[in-house]
Design a protein around this ligand. Structure first.
Ligand code: ADP
Ligand code: MG
Length: 378
């Protein structure tokens, strides 16, 4: 679990909420690109047979996979959000933790799915839609709430804060273990008052990521991005006591899956730099969890250390695998589908987080809001 300077304390888990659930797995096929349409790449060996079944034809054989839902090339951002993401956000507002991973080869549509085009409402991806939905729901309910956000990037097994407001600070963050999971004391965790503030901050942090990539010749296909929103919602019990529900949502744009070690390719010596330790470990964690191996190597990478609870833990998790429709990408598409299919067997046991409180959450965030507005205008 990711934690910066949080106000978590005395979190109790309600025993009656414990119920084992499989990680949900969705697949999204993107439309053909202009380049694919102009070449011999404009045929597709993959067929969406129904809203759940997808068939791949390759080297004279065919294989059908079943997922929780398939989104074909016609699928709009709103439909993807409503079916795969909104149910998890609803649970986060009820005090559960949630994680959404997008997985797939570079160019398959991960960032389009996660961020989309920020300046066009129809093309908004998961992150802006989630922010809008959280504010809309809480405002409508007239809830007393507090929303915090952090944004980080893992590149070459080092963690960088994308929200840091100190221009000179591009140092990797320190990570510590604590009784309640992994801690990163230097990670900026901001309190956000309204959707415009957080969307403005997000646009800045995405831009910062691009600038850093240019400056240090980083490749975005090798980095993992995690945008985390923590929501505290206050409810009053029938006894008149204040109950705070704390939900945390991690939105994870993974490195391109072509940077992972492929099973079957093990005999081939691959350049060390091409293999992404976090992606490799993610695959090994999934294998261990789905084949009953007792040692799960969470600690072998930063990504799996930070998101340990999302895989085999107490979080509600979904994976959206993005694929290209083109025949030229069929090998990577099959790798992605095999990986996603395996992940369907991971079981989590989501648990609610709540605590009693007497303080007003609105009061707690008032000072922070003024600070953020100042920083945004700086
Ligand atoms: P990735 O992040 O997986 O490397 P991108 O999200 O950057 O891939 O997508 C590559 C290109 O394809 C981008 O220009 C993006 O706008 C476009 N694209 C991806 N998915 C879709 C989609 N579902 N609908 C329309 N355009 C898409
Ligand atoms: Mg991307």
């Amino acid at each position: 679990m990711i934690s910066g300077a949080t106000i978590h304390s005395q979190i109790h888990n309600k025993k009656d909420e414990k119920k084992e659930q499989n990680v949900q797995v969705f697949v999204r096929v993107r439309p053909f690109s202009q380049l694919e349409l102009s070449k011999e790449a404009n045929t597709s060996p993959i067929f969406c047979e129904s809203s759940r079944d997808i068939t791949c034809h390759h080297k004279g054989t065919s294989r059908t996979y079943q997922f929780d839902h398939l989104f074909d090339a016609e699928c709009q951002q709103k439909e993807l959000f409503d079916i795969s993401v909104r149910p998890i956000v609803d649970e986060v507002l009820n005090g559960f933790n949630g994680t959404i991973f997008v997985y797939g080869q570079t160019g398959a549509g991960k960032t389009y799915t996660m961020e989309g085009k920020m300046d066009s409402p129809e093309d908004n991806g998961i992150i802006p839609r989630t922010i809008n939905y959280i504010f809309q729901t809480l405002e409508k309910a007239g809830s007393d709430y507090n929303i915090r956000a952090s944004h980080l990037e893992i590149y070459k097994e080092e963690i960088f804060d994308l929200l840091t407001f100190n221009a000179n600070e591009n140092k990797p963050l320190n990570v510590y273990d604590s009784a309640r999971g992994v801690k990163m004391p230097e990670l900026e965790e901001i309190v956000v008052s309204d959707r415009q503030v957080i969307l403005g901050i997000l646009a800045k942090s995405c831009k910062r990521r691009q600038t850093a990539e240019t400056m240090y010749n980083k490749q975005s296909s090798r980095s993992h991005c995690i945008f985390t929103i923590t929501v505290h919602v206050k409810e009053t019990t029938i006894n008149g006591e204040d109950l705070i529900k704390i939900g945390k949502l991690n939105l994870v744009d993974l490195a391109g899956s072509e940077n992972a070690e492929k099973s079957g390719n093990n005999d081939r010596l691959r350049e060390a730099a091409q293999i992404n330790q976090s992606l490799l470990t993610l695959g090994r964690v999934i294998t261990a969890l789905t084949s009953g191996i007792s040692h799960v190597p969470y600690r072998d990478s930063k990504l799996t250390r930070l998101l340990q609870d999302s895989l085999g833990g107490k979080t509600k998790t979904c994976i959206i695998a993005t694929i290209s429709p083109s025949v030229i990408n069929i090998d990577e598409t099959i790798n992605t589908l095999d990986y996603a299919f395996k992940a369907k067997n991971i079981k989590n046991t989501p648990q609610i987080n709540q605590k009693m409180s007497k303080n007003s959450l609105l009061k707690e965030q008032a000072a922070e809001i003024a600070r953020l507005k100042q920083l945004l205008n700086a």
